[in-house]
Design a protein around this ligand. Structure first.
Ligand code: G3P
Length: 405
């Protein structure tokens, strides 16, 4: 993949309008992820367990239990359009290391990048037929009796898949409404920089994008001004030119984002930057004085729109965060580490970043959503554990001869 990184990255630029440098980074990150998975898997999956029966009350020592990890079978991997390569690799690599076969269903936009990646695997000597790429989703793949695990990243479709999956183990990541809580003692320059990067990189089309800023009133004016100054400098246009803001994935996605923006406008949000749209290219938009009555206080735009809600207290911010069914990540900015840990404990989300924007990487860190944001935990180590089932073989020694020995 490293040798063929550029053509794969070029596909990402063309298919999903990911800026050129981020596209190349995605491919290199994926190669690193595969390397790490191979190393981690060799050790983690090779380790078994031996239990003896006499460690349980009333038992003799004649039973030995060998606990091993065995493959699940066929893993169905369904990555999303925003990381067609990386989120395919993060499913494929652990599944293969654990001894499974894989059916990959790439996103419709991102399928060419996925096909390039598959060619790399073939060139690297992957046995034929071990990974197959399919274009059909719907019931055929997700309900197929030979599928032993579904690893899905995407939107609401995941909930429908989960409802019908029955006994098939699931690894699901279904997005988030990642909040950014800014306390009165926060480093506002750092918070503003993080909101800018976290909210607008890949035009906000990341599950871990900052999707709502919850700032205490004392510092709200200062923070809003700093973020607005940064937004004004973002470049907009063609992903080949490596600009910051590029077209969102589809017209329907742009329509959805616009619906949230117009709902906020109608309910009194203040626009710190003018809203502008040409086709599916939306200029970065910063909204202030967002209230809980607005849809954008709850729904994820998956676009270059960051709403700011002013709160009376951090408790109010945490309560808003916990009232949302989407609970992937969140972040908190404060100079007081004790306070940060207390806030993190109170936030019911899969991950809380202290003094940095939400992010999935580094890729061996656990990554999980609470409530409607997901099932199971990802990250290399947890994905390896997810891709096996535990098998016990119990050796029953003859009690008499064992005792004599
Ligand atoms: O949007 C999917 C999610 O996995 C984001 O990953 O690396 O941009 O934090 P990342």
């Amino acid at each position: 993949m490293r040798q063929h990184a550029q053509p794969i990255a070029d596909s990402l630029v063309r298919e999903v309008a990911k800026p050129a440098k981020q596209s190349l980074d995605e491919v290199v990150r994926s190669a690193d992820l595969i390397d790490y998975t191979a190393e981690e898997g060799a050790r983690a999956l090779g380790a078994g367990e031996l239990l003896t029966s006499d460690s349980f009350p009333g038992q003799t020592r004649n039973k030995l239990c060998l606990v091993s990890k065995v493959p699940l079978g066929v893993v169905l991997a369904i990555p999303p359009f925003n990381y067609p390569v990386n989120l395919a690799a993060s499913k494929l690599a652990p599944a293969l290391m654990a001894g499974n076969a894989v059916v990959l269903k790439p996103p419709s936009q991102g399928v060419v990048a996925g096909a390039h990646m598959m060619q790399c695997f073939a060139k690297a000597g992957l046995p034929k037929g071990l990974v197959n790429m399919g274009s059909e989703i719907g019931d055929y793949l997700t309900l197929h009796p030979l599928v032993s695990c579904i690893s899905f990243t995407g939107g609401d479709t995941g909930i429908a898949i989960a409802r019908r999956a029955g006994m098939v183990p699931l690894q699901m990541e279904l997005g988030g409404k990642d909040v950014c809580i800014v306390c009165s003692d926060a480093d506002l320059d750092l918070a503003a920089k993080s909101i800018l990067k976290g909210g607008f990189s890949f035009s906000g089309q990341r599950c871990t994008a900052v999707k709502l800023v919850l700032v205490v009133k004392e510092v709200a004016d200062a923070l809003a001004a700093k973020v607005a100054a940064g937004v004004a400098k973002l470049t907009v246009g063609d992903p080949k030119d490596d600009v910051d803001i590029t077209p969102v994935i589809s017209d329907s996605s742009a329509d959805f984002i616009e619906g949230l923006v117009e709902d906020a406008r109608a309910k009194g949000a203040k626009f710190l930057t003018p809203y502008r749209r040409e086709g599916n290219l939306i200029w970065p938009t910063l909204l202030d004085h967002v209230t809980p009555e607005m849809r954008i206080a709850w729904e994820e735009p998956f676009g270059p729109v960051v709403p700011i809600m002013r709160v009376d207290s951090v408790d109010q911010a945490v309560a808003h965060c916990n009232a949302n069914n989407l609970a992937l990540q969140g972040c908190v900015f404060t100079r007081d580490v004790n306070r940060a840990i207390a806030i993190s404990d109170a936030m019911e989300t899969g991950t809380v970043q202290i003094n940095a924007a939400p992010a999935r990487g580094p890729d061996h860190f656990p990554f999980q959503g609470f409530r409607d944001s997901g099932i199971g935990s990802q990250g290399i180590r947890n994905s390896l554990a997810m891709m096996v089932k535990i098998k016990s073989t119990v050796i029953n020694l003859d009690k008499d001869s064992y005792a004599r020995g």
